[in-house]
Design a binder for this molecule. Structure first.
Ligand code: NAD
Length: 326
C-alpha cells in the first residue's frame, strides 16, 4: 500500500482526492491547504485523513510515498523540488512548472533519484482520446492532415497565467499523444481583451515533424462552452465533442480527391462514406490517470505523461509567450 499526501484542495484538488481515495493500492493519508475552510469541508468527507495548513508537514512525513501537487502553477516547481529531494514520487498538475528551465531541473532530479515524476495531462487518459488514437493508428482515416481544437468558455479568468498556460496544456498534450512526431514550429497570436495585462483569447498553431498542422483556439471570453477537436485525414475524419453527453467521438468516412486531366484541368471528387459513433469505455479519466501513476511507482515504469512529456508542453507555452509579447 502506498501512502499519499495532497497539497492543494481548491477547485481541482477535491477531484484528485476523491479518486485517490478510490484507488485500491493507495491510502489517502494527508491533505494540505492554506485555507482552513477548504480543509474543514474535506475533513467532513474524509474524516480519517490528516490535514494541515503547512505543506511541509507532508513533505517531511517519512511515511508518505506519493505527493500530489494541485496548487497554482507558480508553486509547482518549489513544491515538487522539495518533495523529490525528500525522496517522494511526485504527481504535479498541469502545466509542470512555469518555465522550461525549472521543468527540466525537476525531470533531471527525479531521474537522478529514480523517482516517478508525472504530470496531470488528464485528457490523455480519457476513453474518447484513447479511442481517437486507436482509430488513427489503424489507418482508418488515412494520414492526418490537420487538427483543430477549440477550448472556449466565459471564464474562469486566472490571475497568474494567461489563457494558453491555463487551457492549451490540454490541447497540446492530446495532439502530442495522437500524433507520433515532434513539434517543430509554434505560432501564437492573442489579445488582451478584458485585462490589459492578460491574454484571454489566443490562437496557437503547431507544426509536427511529419507535416501535420494543429490549430488551437483558447478563450475565456466566449459565450458558449466549447470543447471540440476535429481530426481531418486523407480518407476520413474524427470529431470529438467533449460537451456531448453521449457519442463524444464520431467518425466520418468522407474525403476529397483531386484529379488532374491530360489538359491540366483539376477536378474534385467528394467521397461520401458513412458515419458512426464508436463505443467508449465509461471510466473517469482522472481515475485511470491516478491508477497509472500508482502502477508506475509500484512497477518502476515511466508514465505516459512523464515529466519529460510535461517539459515538452511547457516549451511550447514558453515559445508562445515570446510570440505574444513581440
Ligand atoms: N487536469 C485538469 O483537468 C485540471 C483542471 C483544473 C485545474 N487543474 C490544475 O490544478 C491546479 C490547481 O488549480 P485549481 O483550479 O484547483 O486552483 P485553486 O486556486 O482553486 O486551488 C488551489 C489551492 O491551492 C492552495 N494553495 C496555494 N498555495 C498553497 C500553499 N503554499 N500550501 C498549501 N495550499 C496552497 C489554495 O489555498 C487553493 O485552495 C493548477 O495547476 C491547474 O492548472 C487541472
Amino acid at each position: 500500500m502506498l501512502r499519499a499526501g495532497v497539497i492543494g484542495c481548491g477547485y481541482w484538488g477535491p477531484n484528485i482526492i476523491r479518486n485517490i481515495d478510490a484507488l485500491p493500492n493507495v491510502e489517502l493519508t494527508y491533505i494540505a491547504d492554506l485555507d482552513s475552510n477548504q480543509l474543514e469541508s474535506i475533513k467532513k468527507k474524509f474524516p480519517y485523513v490528516n490535514t494541515t495548513t503547512n505543506y511541509r508537514d507532508i513533505i517531511k512525513d517519512s511515511s508518505i510515498d506519493l505527493v500530489f501537487i494541485v496548487t497554482p502553477v507558480s508553486t509547482h516547481y518549489s513544491f515538487a523540488k522539495e518533495a523529490l529531494v525528500s525522496g517522494k514520487h511526485v504527481f504535479v498538475e498541469k502545466p509542470l512548472t512555469d518555465g522550461s528551465k525549472t521543468s527540466l531541473e525537476l525531470c533531471q532530479l527525479a531521474e537522478s533519484k529514480n523517482l516517478v515524476l508525472m504530470v496531470g495531462h488528464t485528457f490523455v487518459y480519457s476513453s474518447a482520446v484513447r479511442k481517437m488514437k486507436e482509430i488513427i493508428d489503424t489507418g482508418e482515416i488515412g494520414d492526418v492532415l490537420y487538427i483543430t481544437s477549440n477550448r472556449l468558455n466565459l471564464g474562469l479568468y486566472q490571475n497568474d497565467i494567461n489563457v494558453l498556460w491555463d487551457l492549451a496544456p490540454h490541447d497540446i498534450s492530446i495532439v502530442s499523444y495522437l500524433l507520433n512526431g515532434e513539434i517543430i514550429n509554434v505560432e501564437a497570436y492573442g489579445q488582451r481583451t478584458v485585462n490589459p495585462n492578460l491574454v484571454d483569447t489566443a490562437f496557437l498553431n503547431l507544426t509536427f515533424s511529419n507535416g501535420e498542422k494543429v490549430y488551437i483556439m483558447n478563450s475565456w471570453l466566449y459565450p458558449e462552452k466549447i470543447r471540440k477537436m476535429v481530426v481531418v485525414g486523407t480518407k476520413g475524419n474524427i470529431v470529438y465533442d467533449d460537451m456531448e453527453p453521449e457519442n463524444k467521438v464520431k467518425v466520418f468516412n468522407k474525403h476529397v480527391e483531386l484529379t488532374c486531366d491530360k489538359n491540366g484541368k483539376y477536378s474534385y471528387n467528394y467521397a461520401q462514406g458513412g458515419e458512426y459513433a464508436p463505443e467508449l469505455v465509461l471510466r473517469e479519466a482522472l481515475f485511470v490517470e491516478l491508477s497509472h501513476f500508482a502502477d508506475c511507482v509500484l512497477n518502476n515504469q515511466e508514465p505516459l505523461t512523464s515529466g519529460r512529456k510535461g517539459l515538452n508542453v511547457v516549451k511550447v507555452l514558453e515559445k508562445s509567450d515570446m510570440l505574444l509579447n513581440l
